[in-house]
Write a protein that binds this ligand. Structure first.
Ligand SMILES: Nc1ncnc2c1ncn2[C@@H]1O[C@H](COP(=O)(O)OP(=O)(O)OP(=O)(O)O)[C@@H](O)[C@H]1O
Ligand SMILES: [Mg+2]
Length: 256
């Protein structure tokens, strides 16, 4: 996999798993770019241990109103980097990328005001950014998505090759996993996996795994409910792999 989107129900642990996956890939010698495409939650930069947010990519195209003109070729600023057919991570201007401990991050943009219109332009920007960015052989992109499936409707997954579904032990989360698997198949995503999160026992892990695998969803592993993850999130501290009893390295070793 080169470009992977982490999807799932609200609060299932997407951002947490993005951070754990980013650190694991980095430790294996991969250069990781995390793309924050969640237009609501502002805190991913803290989960990853950055001290500031990157400037939103939305600013690079001149704001929300310029998104559609930029990608339909009608832009007032056709020289916009993001309007090029291809660009690399290194082409992105400094303020738009933050880096910490070998992991880089960009953010598509956040909804900041009431009545500022729908989030569709951000979906289009995510889709076009992910489609046009070209990666070196040792680079990978991890996308932290908005909860639910809206991003499938906006075509974001048409620009990525893999989906990781985070499943917590709830009926809604399981149902959503099936929906995401079906939508990913429709759009031609090559690989779909699920990772279980907040799992209290080995019995629960195996019963959820069986339910998902019966419907053709490959489960790569289970992360336990770890109070330190919850506490770090409450205090706005980064998620640290060392705080986990689970062997995260073993889980992600199955992602190819
Ligand atoms: N394995 C875990 N053990 C304990 N708490 C966890 C675990 N995974 C996630 N959490 C907690 O659950 C909450 C939601 O996690 P997180 O923000 O990663 O979910 P999310 O899917 O990104 O949420 P959103 O849909 O709001 O973006 C946080 O308080 C986080 O600390
Ligand atoms: Mg999140």
């Amino acid at each position: 996999m080169k470009k992977i989107a982490v999807c799932g129900k609200g609060g299932s642990g997407k951002s947490t798993l993005v951070a754990l996956l980013a650190r694991t890939l980095h430790d294996r010698g991969t250069r990781v770019l995390v793309v924050d495409s969640d237009e609501s939650n502002p805190g991913l930069y803290r989960v990853l241990g950055f001290d500031r947010r990157p400037q939103p990519l939305l600013d690079l195209v001149g704001g929300k109103k310029q998104v559609f003109p930029t990608f339909s070729g009608e832009s007032a600023s056709p020289e916009s980097l993001l309007a090029r057919d291809a660009f690399s991570v290194a082409d992105l201007p400094g303020g738009y990328v933050v880096e910490n401990d070998g992991i880089r991050m960009v953010s598509v943009g956040k909804i900041l005001q009431s009545l500022e219109g729908c989030a569709c332009p951000m979906g289009v920007l995510s889709r076009e950014f992910l489609k046009r960015i070209s990666l070196q052989p040792d680079e990978r992109i991890i996308v932290d998505t908005e909860a639910g499936i809206e991003h499938f409707g906006r075509g974001v997954e048409a620009s990525i090759d893999s989906v990781l579904i985070v499943v917590e032990p709830s009926f809604d989360s399981l149902e959503l996993a099936h929906t995401i698997n079906a939508l990913a198949g429709e759009v031609g995503v090559e690989r779909v996996w699920a990772v279980l999160n907040k799992i209290g026992s080995a019995e629960l892990a195996s019963s959820l795994t069986e339910r998902l695998e019966t419907s053709g969803i490959s489960v790569i592993g289970a992360v336990g409910y770890e109070p330190e993850i919850f506490q770090a999130s409450l205090e706005g501290r980064p998620v640290r792999r060392e705080a986990l009893e689970t062997d995260v390295e073993g889980i992600f070793a199955r992602l190819q």
